[in-house]
Design a binder for this molecule. Sequence first.
Ligand SMILES: Nc1ncnc2c1ncn2[C@@H]1O[C@H](COP(=O)(O)OP(=O)(O)O)[C@@H](O)[C@H]1O
Ligand SMILES: [Mg+2]
Length: 259
Amino acid sequence: MASSKTRRIAVANEKGGVGKTATILNLGAALSLKGHKVLIIDMDPQFNATLGLGIPSEEIALSVYDLVQAPGAHSARQAVLPTRWEGLELIASVPDLSGAEVELVAVTGRENRLKEGLADLDGAYDYILLDTPPSLSLLTVNVFAYASEVLVPCQTQPYAFGALSELFDTIGAIRRGINPALETSGVVATFYDQRTRVSNNTLAKLKSDPQYGPLLFDTVIRANTTVAESADAGKPVVFYRPGSYGAKDYIQLAEELAG
Ligand SMILES: Nc1ncnc2c1ncn2[C@@H]1O[C@H](COP(=O)(O)OP(=O)(O)O)[C@@H](O)[C@H]1O
Ligand SMILES: [Mg+2]
């Protein structure tokens, strides 16, 4: 049921290991299960989302690197790879993408390279989910220039707030300079463990925070080793172990986001 209005959602947080890629894979898969047409774009040179969908590197004829490096030379549709699951597709990342950072520095309009490269995709998907590297790099700026909204995973661990405030400063700067229409879809708490005081404290602080509280999704993603296992197996957790907490949480997040 591809709609005319595609939601282009960047999943971002400058901190690594907070659940960005897990959210991309599992939210994407959960949305596709609900019948939405979903495209995942892997903009991290560490290509974890590509691996998490079980795509072997020899199947990647055209990657997001090609689209960013020479927009217009290739159609983005040619770079789209099917996955084993209906309604869930991928534009893959390759390690070369880290070179784009340096190559683009001297290019005029460098922050709009991804947007140009993806121009012919519009309308084909209900959701385009964009994974980002754990840094505020030119690649992330390209994602923010193209996205319609940002979804922020926040680990329920110490130091989570510092990363959030840096990210929201950046989103503000992007709105002022590059993409005034960029919205915030919300903050989702991840790695929640109800047995630990630190998890509970961080979640309580998020809820009561005047800036982040109103943005917080009701859905909380619990720490669940099945999520890590499924990434290792190259399958989103909703397909790998549908009854797991990880699968349930991400299905609930998909419902909340789509609702
Ligand atoms: N809810 C979760 N419970 C347990 N492990 C998780 C969960 N979410 C992610 N992981 C695992 O933690 C590691 C870091 O998560 P990841 O999504 O790759 O973070 P990021 O993309 O922000 O660097 C990965 O091995 C991932 O599979
Ligand atoms: Mg990642």
